[in-house]
Design a protein around this ligand. Structure first.
Ligand code: PEP
Ligand code: MN
Length: 264
């Protein structure tokens, strides 16, 4: 028996319920020009949401940590220019108010999936939450993390499979595509996939996106940069603005018939 799907509505757009959402943009907000260029290019190609981190969870404390509040202001400007709702990450309870003021969807990154104080705070915040699976987290743990948000009253949670750590070293993480149908058996929440952070290199982003769409994902969150080779972070995995439009056409060829079938 299939469960009734929860649809997350964001500024007149939907995530879940048979619609395929495309969230695209740079890994991190680097500069005004770069962000506006990326935002314009993903909007023109047909993405529904703009992503970009102002607060970045970096493995090394010596790496670029994001532009912080000035990055948030640039994201607000990019939304004004393009009309695209903004998806951006919050890492710290103390930043929830500032991030929620700008973000249309607040992202919780893989490294914070079990930051229960942060999740509970977001449960009391009137913004949809994009919750990424921790790379060592089981499906049960992801679902329980989502409960921390739901329990406080916020029902708008989108789950995101972004690759888990296995013995395999040929790519950055192992994209657990089986999580898509299994999560959808277990919860009415929308389930999207991040092929960029799973793959670690752009050649793998398209095949994994097509596979995610075929497996029933409700969307993707994908990194796109005007000049990936000179990106501050994750350059190797970001699609260029030039290749994004073709990528999206080919992805829609798989995703849109799924949308139509769900509507039947
Ligand atoms: C991101 O989406 O910017 C990110 C850091 O991803 P993850 O938390 O999945 O590593
Ligand atoms: Mn990234």
């Amino acid at each position: 028996m299939s469960i009734e799907r929860h649809v997350v509505e964001v500024e007149g757009r939907s995530i879940g319920g048979g619609r395929f959402a495309v969230i695209a943009g740079p890994c991190t907000v680097e500069s005004r020009e770069g962000l506006l260029e990326a935002a314009e290019c993903v909007r023109e190609a047909g993405a529904g949401f703009l992503r970009g981190g102002a607060f970045k969870p970096r493995t090394s404390p010596y790496s670029f940590q994001g532009l912080g509040e000035s990055g948030l202001r640039l994201l607000a400007e990019a939304r004004e220019h393009t009309g695209l709702p903004v998806v951006t990450e919050v890492m710290d309870v103390r930043d929830v108010e500032a991030v929620a003021e700008v973000a249309n969807v607040v992202q919780v990154g893989a490294r914070n999936m079990q930051n229960y104080a942060l999740l509970a705070e977001l449960g009391r915040t009137p913004r949809p939450v994009l919750l990424k699976r921790g790379f060592s987290a089981t499906i049960d743990e992801l679902l329980m993390a989502a409960e921390y948000v739901l329990k406080e009253g916020n029902q708008d949670v989108v789950l995101c499979e972004r690759g888990i750590r296995t013995f395999e070293t040929a790519y950055r993480f192992t994209l657990d595509l089986m999580a898509i149908p299994v999560l959808k058996e277990r919860t009415p929440l929308p389930v999207i996939v991040d092929p960029s952070h799973a793959a670690g290199r752009r050649e793998l982003v398209e095949p994994m996106s097509l596979a995610a769409a075929a497996a029933g994902a409700d969307g993707v969150i994908v990194e796109v940069h005007p000049d990936p080779d000179n990106a501050i972070c994750d350059g190797r995995q970001q699609l260029s603005c030039r290749e994004f439009a073709g990528y999206l056409r080919r992805l829609e060829a798989v995703a849109l018939p799924n949308e139509a079938a769900t509507a039947l």
